[in-house]
Design a protein around this ligand. Structure first.
Ligand code: MG
Length: 269
Protein backbone atom coordinates (compact mmCIF):
# COMPACT_ATOMS: atom_id res chain seq x y z
CA UNK A 1 0.00 0.00 0.00
CA UNK A 2 2.79 2.39 1.03
CA UNK A 3 4.71 1.42 -2.12
CA UNK A 4 1.70 2.21 -4.33
CA UNK A 5 1.22 5.55 -2.55
CA UNK A 6 4.88 6.45 -3.09
CA UNK A 7 4.74 5.59 -6.78
CA UNK A 8 1.58 7.71 -7.09
CA UNK A 9 3.33 10.55 -5.22
CA UNK A 10 6.31 10.32 -7.56
CA UNK A 11 4.05 10.65 -10.59
CA UNK A 12 2.25 13.61 -9.05
CA UNK A 13 5.52 15.36 -8.10
CA UNK A 14 6.98 14.64 -11.55
CA UNK A 15 3.84 15.97 -13.18
CA UNK A 16 3.88 19.12 -11.04
CA UNK A 17 7.55 19.78 -11.88
CA UNK A 18 6.83 19.41 -15.58
CA UNK A 19 4.09 21.99 -15.26
CA UNK A 20 6.39 24.41 -13.45
CA UNK A 21 8.79 24.89 -16.38
CA UNK A 22 8.69 28.56 -17.32
CA UNK A 23 7.29 29.51 -20.70
CA UNK A 24 9.63 31.94 -22.50
CA UNK A 25 7.97 35.24 -23.38
CA UNK A 26 7.13 35.88 -27.01
CA UNK A 27 9.88 37.97 -28.60
CA UNK A 28 9.04 41.58 -29.38
CA UNK A 29 11.19 44.07 -31.27
CA UNK A 30 11.99 46.07 -28.10
CA UNK A 31 13.81 43.10 -26.56
CA UNK A 32 16.79 43.44 -28.89
CA UNK A 33 17.11 47.25 -28.86
CA UNK A 34 19.47 49.10 -26.53
CA UNK A 35 19.49 52.89 -26.27
CA UNK A 36 22.53 53.54 -24.10
CA UNK A 37 25.30 54.35 -24.43
CA UNK A 38 24.60 56.48 -27.52
CA UNK A 39 27.67 56.65 -29.82
CA UNK A 40 29.66 59.88 -29.49
CA UNK A 41 29.22 62.33 -32.41
CA UNK A 42 32.34 62.91 -34.57
CA UNK A 43 32.43 65.42 -37.46
CA UNK A 44 34.06 63.59 -40.40
CA UNK A 45 36.74 65.01 -42.70
CA UNK A 46 36.53 65.03 -46.49
CA UNK A 47 36.22 61.77 -48.45
CA UNK A 48 36.44 61.84 -52.20
CA UNK A 49 38.11 59.60 -54.71
CA UNK A 50 37.90 57.40 -57.75
CA UNK A 51 37.70 53.58 -57.60
CA UNK A 52 41.03 51.70 -57.59
CA UNK A 53 42.10 50.03 -60.85
CA UNK A 54 41.17 46.48 -59.82
CA UNK A 55 37.69 47.27 -58.49
CA UNK A 56 34.53 45.74 -59.92
CA UNK A 57 32.28 48.71 -60.65
CA UNK A 58 28.79 47.96 -59.36
CA UNK A 59 27.29 51.37 -60.13
CA UNK A 60 29.04 54.20 -61.94
CA UNK A 61 26.04 56.41 -62.55
CA UNK A 62 24.85 55.05 -65.88
CA UNK A 63 22.81 51.85 -65.44
CA UNK A 64 21.82 48.91 -63.23
CA UNK A 65 23.32 46.19 -65.41
CA UNK A 66 25.12 44.73 -62.37
CA UNK A 67 21.87 44.47 -60.36
CA UNK A 68 18.64 42.53 -60.23
CA UNK A 69 15.47 42.53 -58.16
CA UNK A 70 16.04 40.64 -54.91
CA UNK A 71 13.90 37.62 -54.06
CA UNK A 72 11.54 37.79 -51.11
CA UNK A 73 13.43 37.52 -47.84
CA UNK A 74 11.25 34.66 -46.61
CA UNK A 75 12.46 32.61 -49.57
CA UNK A 76 16.05 33.42 -48.73
CA UNK A 77 15.76 32.34 -45.11
CA UNK A 78 14.55 28.88 -46.09
CA UNK A 79 17.32 28.26 -48.59
CA UNK A 80 20.98 27.68 -47.99
CA UNK A 81 22.16 27.85 -51.58
CA UNK A 82 22.26 31.55 -52.46
CA UNK A 83 23.41 30.78 -56.00
CA UNK A 84 19.86 29.84 -56.98
CA UNK A 85 18.88 33.50 -56.93
CA UNK A 86 20.52 34.23 -60.25
CA UNK A 87 19.31 36.95 -62.55
CA UNK A 88 16.50 36.42 -65.00
CA UNK A 89 14.46 38.56 -67.38
CA UNK A 90 11.72 38.95 -64.79
CA UNK A 91 14.13 40.13 -62.13
CA UNK A 92 15.22 43.47 -63.52
CA UNK A 93 16.19 45.98 -60.85
CA UNK A 94 13.66 48.80 -61.10
CA UNK A 95 15.22 51.51 -58.97
CA UNK A 96 15.57 54.98 -60.50
CA UNK A 97 18.76 56.06 -62.26
CA UNK A 98 18.86 59.79 -62.97
CA UNK A 99 21.68 62.34 -63.26
CA UNK A 100 24.25 59.69 -62.32
CA UNK A 101 22.46 58.82 -59.09
CA UNK A 102 20.57 55.71 -58.04
CA UNK A 103 17.43 56.27 -55.96
CA UNK A 104 15.39 53.67 -54.08
CA UNK A 105 12.05 52.71 -55.63
CA UNK A 106 10.19 51.46 -52.58
CA UNK A 107 7.44 49.76 -54.60
CA UNK A 108 10.05 47.73 -56.48
CA UNK A 109 11.54 46.16 -53.33
CA UNK A 110 15.16 45.36 -52.56
CA UNK A 111 17.82 44.98 -55.25
CA UNK A 112 20.96 42.86 -55.22
CA UNK A 113 24.10 42.36 -57.26
CA UNK A 114 23.91 39.68 -59.92
CA UNK A 115 27.37 38.53 -58.92
CA UNK A 116 27.95 36.80 -55.57
CA UNK A 117 30.92 37.52 -53.33
CA UNK A 118 32.91 35.92 -50.52
CA UNK A 119 35.48 38.16 -48.79
CA UNK A 120 35.47 41.72 -50.10
CA UNK A 121 36.16 45.44 -49.73
CA UNK A 122 33.03 47.41 -50.60
CA UNK A 123 32.75 51.15 -51.19
CA UNK A 124 29.28 52.67 -51.30
CA UNK A 125 28.12 56.29 -51.14
CA UNK A 126 24.63 57.22 -50.02
CA UNK A 127 22.61 60.35 -49.33
CA UNK A 128 19.64 61.10 -47.13
CA UNK A 129 17.41 63.59 -48.98
CA UNK A 130 17.24 67.13 -47.66
CA UNK A 131 13.48 66.94 -47.27
CA UNK A 132 13.61 63.86 -45.03
CA UNK A 133 10.83 63.49 -42.48
CA UNK A 134 9.89 60.94 -39.83
CA UNK A 135 11.83 59.89 -36.77
CA UNK A 136 13.82 57.04 -35.27
CA UNK A 137 13.77 54.02 -37.64
CA UNK A 138 11.23 55.67 -39.95
CA UNK A 139 13.65 58.31 -41.24
CA UNK A 140 15.77 57.38 -44.27
CA UNK A 141 15.95 53.70 -43.45
CA UNK A 142 17.79 51.46 -45.91
CA UNK A 143 20.65 49.02 -45.52
CA UNK A 144 23.48 47.09 -47.09
CA UNK A 145 23.12 43.33 -46.69
CA UNK A 146 26.47 41.54 -46.75
CA UNK A 147 26.19 38.23 -48.61
CA UNK A 148 22.44 38.91 -48.68
CA UNK A 149 22.10 38.11 -44.98
CA UNK A 150 23.81 40.52 -42.58
CA UNK A 151 22.49 44.10 -42.53
CA UNK A 152 24.70 47.12 -42.07
CA UNK A 153 22.10 49.73 -41.22
CA UNK A 154 21.60 52.89 -43.25
CA UNK A 155 19.51 55.55 -41.54
CA UNK A 156 19.44 59.29 -41.01
CA UNK A 157 21.38 59.33 -37.73
CA UNK A 158 21.94 63.10 -37.86
CA UNK A 159 19.93 64.61 -35.00
CA UNK A 160 17.70 61.56 -34.99
CA UNK A 161 17.67 59.44 -31.86
CA UNK A 162 17.04 55.75 -32.11
CA UNK A 163 18.32 52.65 -30.38
CA UNK A 164 22.12 52.57 -30.51
CA UNK A 165 22.28 49.18 -32.24
CA UNK A 166 19.93 50.46 -34.95
CA UNK A 167 21.88 53.60 -35.89
CA UNK A 168 23.55 54.07 -39.22
CA UNK A 169 26.57 51.79 -39.39
CA UNK A 170 25.27 49.37 -36.79
CA UNK A 171 25.25 45.67 -37.43
CA UNK A 172 21.49 45.80 -37.14
CA UNK A 173 20.22 44.81 -33.68
CA UNK A 174 23.69 43.55 -32.76
CA UNK A 175 26.56 46.02 -32.58
CA UNK A 176 26.28 49.82 -32.39
CA UNK A 177 28.82 51.93 -34.31
CA UNK A 178 31.83 53.07 -32.25
CA UNK A 179 30.94 56.71 -33.00
CA UNK A 180 28.34 58.63 -34.99
CA UNK A 181 30.12 60.11 -38.05
CA UNK A 182 26.94 61.02 -39.92
CA UNK A 183 26.72 63.93 -42.35
CA UNK A 184 23.51 66.01 -42.46
CA UNK A 185 20.69 65.28 -44.93
CA UNK A 186 21.53 66.44 -48.45
CA UNK A 187 25.25 65.56 -48.12
CA UNK A 188 26.89 62.33 -49.30
CA UNK A 189 27.96 59.67 -46.80
CA UNK A 190 30.51 56.94 -47.52
CA UNK A 191 30.76 53.42 -46.18
CA UNK A 192 33.97 51.46 -46.74
CA UNK A 193 33.24 47.92 -45.62
CA UNK A 194 35.90 45.20 -45.27
CA UNK A 195 34.23 41.84 -44.84
CA UNK A 196 35.47 38.33 -44.13
CA UNK A 197 32.91 35.62 -44.85
CA UNK A 198 32.18 32.92 -42.26
CA UNK A 199 33.22 29.29 -42.46
CA UNK A 200 30.98 26.47 -41.28
CA UNK A 201 31.28 23.12 -39.51
CA UNK A 202 29.58 20.09 -40.99
CA UNK A 203 26.61 20.60 -38.62
CA UNK A 204 25.92 24.04 -40.13
CA UNK A 205 27.19 26.13 -37.19
CA UNK A 206 29.96 28.70 -37.57
CA UNK A 207 33.54 27.48 -37.49
CA UNK A 208 34.52 31.14 -37.83
CA UNK A 209 31.97 33.94 -37.65
CA UNK A 210 31.63 36.62 -40.32
CA UNK A 211 33.82 39.62 -39.42
CA UNK A 212 33.42 43.21 -40.57
CA UNK A 213 35.34 46.47 -40.34
CA UNK A 214 33.59 49.66 -41.45
CA UNK A 215 34.71 53.23 -42.04
CA UNK A 216 31.91 55.82 -42.15
CA UNK A 217 33.12 58.97 -43.89
CA UNK A 218 36.67 57.82 -43.17
CA UNK A 219 36.01 57.25 -39.46
CA UNK A 220 36.28 53.76 -37.97
CA UNK A 221 32.87 52.66 -36.69
CA UNK A 222 33.17 48.84 -36.70
CA UNK A 223 36.54 47.33 -35.85
CA UNK A 224 36.84 43.62 -36.66
CA UNK A 225 33.31 43.15 -35.39
CA UNK A 226 32.13 39.56 -35.23
CA UNK A 227 28.65 39.12 -36.66
CA UNK A 228 26.51 36.77 -34.59
CA UNK A 229 24.06 35.66 -37.28
CA UNK A 230 21.07 37.07 -39.14
CA UNK A 231 19.88 40.60 -38.32
CA UNK A 232 16.09 40.35 -37.89
CA UNK A 233 13.79 43.11 -36.64
CA UNK A 234 12.22 40.71 -34.16
CA UNK A 235 14.14 37.90 -32.53
CA UNK A 236 17.71 36.82 -31.93
CA UNK A 237 20.39 36.26 -34.59
CA UNK A 238 20.09 32.92 -36.34
CA UNK A 239 22.92 31.00 -37.96
CA UNK A 240 22.24 30.01 -41.56
CA UNK A 241 24.83 28.01 -43.44
CA UNK A 242 25.66 29.73 -46.72
CA UNK A 243 28.26 30.23 -49.40
CA UNK A 244 28.97 33.29 -51.49
CA UNK A 245 26.14 35.80 -51.71
CA UNK A 246 25.23 39.07 -53.39
CA UNK A 247 25.24 42.58 -51.94
CA UNK A 248 21.63 43.55 -51.32
CA UNK A 249 20.30 47.09 -50.86
CA UNK A 250 17.14 47.61 -48.84
CA UNK A 251 13.95 49.32 -49.96
CA UNK A 252 12.52 49.96 -46.49
CA UNK A 253 8.79 50.39 -46.11
CA UNK A 254 8.86 53.61 -44.09
CA UNK A 255 7.10 56.66 -45.53
CA UNK A 256 10.03 59.06 -45.56
CA UNK A 257 11.53 60.24 -48.89
CA UNK A 258 13.71 57.58 -50.58
CA UNK A 259 17.49 57.76 -50.22
CA UNK A 260 20.05 57.70 -53.06
CA UNK A 261 23.32 55.94 -53.87
CA UNK A 262 26.32 56.58 -56.12
CA UNK A 263 29.86 55.34 -56.77
CA UNK A 264 29.49 51.71 -55.69
CA UNK A 265 32.48 49.42 -56.21
CA UNK A 266 33.87 46.23 -54.74
CA UNK A 267 37.20 44.42 -54.59
CA UNK A 268 37.25 40.68 -54.06
CA UNK A 269 39.75 39.59 -51.41
MG1 MG B 1 17.47 49.07 -42.67
Amino acid sequence: MITILCITCAFVVHGQNANKYPIPPTMTHEMTEFWTPQPKIVAPGSTTGLPPSDAIILFNGSDLSQWEKAPDKSVLIKGKDLSKFKSSEKNNALWIVEDGILTVNKEAGDIQTIQSFGDFQLHIEWRIPENISGESQLRGNSGVFLQNIYEVQILDSYNNETYANGQSGSIYKQTAPLVNAMRPPGEWNVFDIIYTAPTFKSDGTYRSRPVVTILHNGVLIQNNTQILGTTPYIGLPQVIEHGKGPIRLQAHGDESAPISFRNIWIREL
